[in-house]
Structure formats: C-alpha cells, structure tokens
Design a protein around this ligand. Structure first.
Ligand code: ADP
Ligand code: GLC
Length: 496
C-alpha cells in the first residue's frame, strides 16, 4: 500500500507539540508494517539548522494561491535507519520564519501559508511516477488536502483512485479564517456553504477535512466520543456526528527509540526496571545542576511539561503551586511555553517560593527528557486531552502521572485503587472535576502513596513494563486505510 503522510510538523524536522511526535514516528512504523510510506512537511527555516541530511531535489513547480503563484522548491531527506521517504516543501515567503505558526499571535497569513502547503502537496503527489493509495493528513493545517483531491485534482492519474484520511489531533484548533481567504483556495464559491467549507461566516479548514475525507480518525476512542458532543466538538460536533460511521479513535503510540531510558542521549545514567532508582537519582542530580541548585533535595519531585495553554490545565497547576509550595511536602518543576499570562503567573509564583518551585519558560527537548527521568510524578490536569503523549513517556521513565479523566488520559491511565494495585493494572492517579481542590486531593494522595516505598516501587514496575510502542496503533491505521479502500470515496454533495 502506498501511503502519503502530510503534516505541518514532524520530528526531527520541526516540533511544537505531540503532532510532530506522531507524524515523525507513524511513517516509520507503517513502513515496518509493509507500507510504502512518504512523509511531506514544510521546509521551515529551522529544518536547515539541525544538521539533517536534507538535499535539494530537481522538483520545482508553481502553486496558484489566489491571484499569485508561489514557487515550491522540493527537498528530500533520508533519515538513518528509517524506511520511509521524506519530502520537504520550501518557499521562502511562507516558511523562512522564526517560528512555525507565529508567536503570542498567529502569523496573519497562516491561511495563505497552509493553503500553499496543502496545494503544493497535491502538485507534488500528482508528479510522482506511481499512484498513492492513501493520502493521510493531520489537523487543520493540511485539512484542505481531501478537498483539493476531490474538487481540483481528481483527474490526475496518480491521485484519482487515492482515498483520503484526516486525523484530528485537536478539534480546538480549526484553522478558521475570514471568508475572503476562500479566494486563495481556488475552490468555487459554491462550496462556501454551511455543509462544506463555511462555519458561521468563516472559512473553516478542519471542517473541510471532516466533510471531504474518506475516513476520519482521532487520537483516542474516548476523544472520538467527546468530539461528537458539546463542548468537546468545539462547534463541529454536528458535522462529526454526521461522519460517525467513518470516525475511529486510535490511541497514539510513542517512539520507543527516542523515548527510552535505556539509551536516551539526554540523561546521565541509562536505566531500566532493575536500576530505576539509580537512573532517576542521577537524573535528579543533573537536573538540580541544570537548574542551578547545589544538590537535589529529598522531597518528591512533581513535574509539568507542556504547552502553556488553558487546555493543559495550567491555571490549575498555578493554583496548586500557590496552595502547596509552602507546605514543604514536595518540589515542583515546570517546563513550558505559550500564553504570556501563564508564563508571567508561573514566574511570579516561583519567585515567591524559590525553595520549592523551578520554572523554565521555553521549548527545550533535552530538558523535557531529563525532567521525565528525574521526576517522581507528572502533572497532567488537562481540561481536555485528545490523547496526550507526556503520560506515556512518563510511564517509560518510571514517573507516575496524575491526570484528569478526559480524552486519551482515560484510555491510557488506570487509577490507583486497592483493586488495580492488587491486579497490577494501576498506573496513575485519575481525578474528575476540573477544580483546584480535586487536583490538590489527587496530589496529596500521590505524595502519600510515594511514602509507601513498596507500593511506589510496584507502581513503577507496572508502568515501565507497559508497551505503548507504535506497532499496535500502526496496525489500526492500516485497518482504517483498508476500510477506506474497500468503500467508495465520499461523494461531493452539491448543496443548493
Ligand atoms: P500536545 O500535543 O497537546 O502539546 P502531547 O502530550 O501530545 O501534547 O505532546 C507534547 C509533546 O511536546 C511532548 O513530546 C512534550 O515533551 C513536548 N513538549 C511540550 N512542551 C514542551 C517544552 N516546553 N519543551 C520541550 N518539549 C515540550
Ligand atoms: C494534540 C493533542 C494531544 C495529542 C497530540 C498528538 O496536540 O493536544 O493530546 O497527544 O495532538 O496526537
């Protein structure tokens, strides 16, 4: 099966969050399962700064974007030990910038940038010698791809039989732009209607993907249910309900080569179940040094690593710090970047309790690994969480997560109870209400459990043994691909 994966970010090229981890690992895993997989990502400025074996190809073409045409310069990259091809689509105007999507504010021309990228991917796919069976796109940035395939590129021999798949990683980000951006897409205005590209007067790219893709997936079964109702669907619940029979929830896997305490290049002492105490202690020492402390202290270390967005429950974390940092019961470390107000509040609380809190603002892959290894407990009090990868990394590093019962966290973390401890399935502390007091209660329960050395060691053993590698999930994606190929393509409805 020939599969084209299309993503706006993928490790090791460019990353702002879990999408990159997924798009970076899934193609390789599909390749191992026998698919002939090609990944296409934008050639952002930062991809050229990473010492990757990127080469310019002789493929270059013009892409119509509204009244302009933008040149696409195509690069390729052969990653060592990976069995899929990678193309990078370059255009200086669109991608030679400091960040992927903008800073505190999104770039004002993001519609144009990702319309260009999505259409360039179609032009690139159309120029390949062999047809693709599956075109798999991810999130709003590439959600116009199924619409392009059905509305403008259907007659190209290499694309005519392909089926399109959309994976929704987060329905909270829909790529909504003012209606005049329709002119940039090249689509006929007749598609700007409430059943296709329009959403309350705006162009909605994610909606386009949901309507035109042949199959839709999202990143956990619980999230697949949540997005079919308010508030989880963020307004798209009706459109998603209409596609319910083509919507599947598949939990993400993790890249077990990159996130592996037995071989992680970013931690000082490699470890497995048998020497987990030594490995975590060495990481604690290294983390203390990195944060400017003479030595680690004895208190349990609670960590938060993630985007500083309301979705991640950052307001609860800040509240928790105010409630508990003075108690002397624990030490906290926060690594994150995002909402300037959260950044500011975190700096303020850490300056109030320097003996209990470290806050690092920024995106730091190395520190993320070190914190996962050093911490005892990972905080993920998300308001909603489509899948979440940080809790799966935590398992592998013997770090016990505290999570709110939402989305993929429900599907991946089993609450500690007498029953689950007895049957060896317990893997974390799960709380329900999105309230500071509930999080605090879960944290106190976890700190109590941490004092019980036997129980804690058993928990660590339990989580470190779990297998969240991509193989199982990649097989599920293959089933979705087969289903898409077995069905007729989704009809383009003529809405009058
Ligand atoms: P999301 O995709 O919603 O941000 P996930 O849990 O799926 O959440 O994935 C987050 C990924 O981004 C993880 O690999 C995590 O380690 C990484 N990450 C998030 N914030 C930072 C940061 N400030 N520095 C380094 N890595 C980060
Ligand atoms: C999104 C979600 C996160 C998920 C990630 C990868 O960013 O917020 O829950 O793990 O995508 O699928």
């Amino acid at each position: 099966m020939r599969v084209l994966q299309v993503s706006s970010e993928a490790t090791p090229f460019a990353k702002t969050g879990g999408l990159a981890d997924v798009a970076g690992a899934l193609p390789d895993s599909l390749g191992r399962a026998g698919c002939d997989c090609t990944l296409v990502v934008p050639a952002y400025r930062e991809v050229f700064e990473k010492n990757l074996p990127i080469q310019k190809t002789n493929i270059q073409f013009s892409v119509p974007v509204g009244k302009r045409t933008l040149e696409a310069i195509v690069y390729s990259c052969s990653l060592p030990n990976q069995n899929h091809k990678v193309f990078l689509v370059g255009n200086k105007h669109c991608f030679d910038r400091d960040t992927l999507y903008g800073g505190a504010e999104d770039y004002t021309d993001n519609a144009e940038r990702f319309i260009f990228f999505s259409r360039a991917v179609m032009e690139l796919a159309a120029r390949q010698p062999d047809p693709f069976d599956i075109i798999h796109c991810h999130d709003w940035q590439t959600s116009l791809v199924p619409a392009y395939q059905k509305l403008l590129y259907k007659s190209w021999p290499t694309l005519s039989e392909a089926r399109s798949i959309l994976t929704i990683h987060n329905v909270g980000y829909q790529g909504m732009f003012w209606h005049w951006d329709m002119l940039l897409t090249g689509f006929h205005w007749k598609y700007f209607n409430w059943r296709q590209l329009e959403f309350y007067g705006q162009l909605n790219m994610l909606k386009a993907g949901i309507v035109f893709a042949d199959q839709i997936t999202t990143v956990s079964p619980t999230y697949a249910k949540e997005i079919q109702a308010a508030p989880g669907g963020c307004g798209l619940e009706g459109v998603l309900q209409e596609r319910a029979s083509d919507l599947t929830g598949i939990v993400n896997g993790i890249d077990t080569k990159l996130w592996n305490p037995k071989a992680d290049e970013f931690i000082p002492c490699h470890y497995g179940i048998d020497n987990v105490q030594d490995g975590k202690y060495a990481a604690r020492v290294a983390l203390a040094a990195r944060l400017g402390h003479a030595a680690p202290d004895e208190r349990p270390l609670l960590a938060f690593v993630g985007r500083l967005a309301e979705q991640k429950g950052v307001s609860l974390v800040i509240d928790l710090l105010h409630r508990m940092a003075g108690s002397g019961m624990a030490r906290f470390v926060v690594l994150g970047a995002g909402d300037p107000q959260f950044q500011e509040s975190l700096k303020i609380v850490s300056s109030q309790y320097p003996e209990a809190i470290d806050v690092v603002i920024g995106f730091d892959e190395v520190l993320a690994h070190l914190i996962q290894a050093a911490a005892d407990i990972l905080l993920m009090p998300s308001q909603y969480e489509p899948c979440g990868l940080a809790q799966l990394y935590a398992f592998r590093y013997g770090t016990i997560p505290i999570v709110r019962a939402t989305g993929g966290l429900v599907d991946t973390v089993v609450n500690v109870s007498d029953q689950t401890c007895a049957d060896g399935t317990a893997s974390g502390f799960v709380f329900d209400a999105f309230e500071p007091a509930t999080l605090e209660a879960a944290v106190r329960q976890a700190i109590d459990a941490h004092r019980n050395t036997k129980l804690w060691q058993e928990l660590i053993r339990c989580v470190m043994q779990q297998d969240w590698s991509w193989d199982v999930s990649a097989r599920k994606y293959q089933e979705v691909y087969s289903q898409a190929l077995a069905n007729a393509p989704v009809d383009v409805v003529d809405v009058r």
